[in-house]
Design a protein around this ligand. Structure first.
Ligand SMILES: C[S@@+](CC[C@H](N)C(=O)[O-])C[C@H]1O[C@@H](n2cnc3c(N)ncnc32)[C@H](O)[C@@H]1O
Length: 272
């Protein structure tokens, strides 16, 4: 939490992810996920804009996929530091720029060149103004560009409505260090172990296999889930109606079944 308003320190969680969990294998997994969802075999010749880059893992994955240019930005100074660490790890490539800025800051956005692929995974619902943030991505797309976003869906999570999780998140962000650890234990005990220690081997298996999910880490994602605030969510239909109806884009790919739905949008082919 920082400032007067309640806001989760996403970037510190990402710095810890890099220190404790980062590996080339995870970059490779992220790269495969990125290419699969974009339905391409590589990103050669493409300029990728990564909005809310977090750890920087997925920007690095874009670099590894052959992107010609990458611009990564994040609102949180610690996320920027994390992404800069990965840029340094990658040998400070001149075609990768890391910036601090907000998708809600129009003056900042005017300094960003439109991209072939605008990528914003799990970000726009954490800005405090989700629909405005979604709308602000459109001018960042080249006329033939794509928009790849992931947003929380309004389905129950572990069988509980989002209103329950809103309350959990607010309490987590107001808690001190001890309180947050207690809530993390509670979360794993109640939802992952289902209050039964006999489920521990299954939890350990889940933790081991979790990296298959975009290279992420179960514990760091749990902290991100408990803490992630501001927080909004929308049904798939609401997102489609907004982006296709109000913003005039067309849906090219969709993946559901997780807490976040993934969407790939582009300009309607006849209007390009
Ligand atoms: C859940 S993390 C996702 C990180 C990364 N995209 C990923 O997929 O791993 C959300 C990120 O969005 C960033 N964020 C929140 N509000 C933002 C804003 N207004 N502009 C840009 N980034 C923002 C947070 O700082 C955080 O790093």
């Amino acid at each position: 939490m920082s400032g007067d308003e309640l806001r989760f320190g996403f970037g510190q969680n990402w710095e810890r992810y890099l220190r404790e969990r980062f590996s080339e294998e995870r970059v490779q997994i992220s790269k495969e996920h990125l290419l699969r969802f974009l339905q391409v075999t590589d990103l050669r010749g493409k300029y990728v804009l990564d909005i809310g880059c977090g750890s920087g893992l997925h920007s690095l994955a874009a670099l590894r996929a052959g992107a010609e240019r990458i611009v990564s930005f994040d609102f949180d100074a610690h996320s920027v530091t994390a992404t800069e660490m990965l840029r340094k790890y990658a040998g400070n490539p001149p075609n990768w720029t890391v910036l601090q800025g907000s998708i809600l800051d129009n003056q900042f956005l005017e300094t960003i060149d439109p991209a072939d692929i605008v990528h914003s995974w799990g970000v726009l619902h954490h800005t405090g103004s989700m629909w405005q943030a979604v709308e602000n991505t459109k001018p960042l797309m080249k006329p033939d560009g794509s928009l790849y976003i992931a947003l929380y869906v309004d389905d129950p999570y572990f069988g509980l409505p989002m209103s329950f999780w809103v309350d959990v998140k607010q309490r987590y962000n107001k808690a001190g260090w001890f309180g947050t650890k207690r809530m993390e234990w509670w979360y794993f005990w109640r939802f992952h172990l289902q209050r039964n220690p006999a489920n521990l081997p299954e939890l350990l298996r889940q933790a081991r296999d979790y990296k298959k999910n975009r290279g992420m880490d179960l514990y760091r994602d749990a902290v991100d889930w408990l803490g992630g605030w501001p927080f909004e969510y929308a049904s798939v239909d609401e997102v489609k109606n907004f982006v296709c109806g109000k913003m005039g884009l067309e849906l090219r790919n969709l993946a559901t079944g997780q807490a976040c739905a993934e969407y790939l949008f582009g300009f309607p082919r006849e209007t390009r």
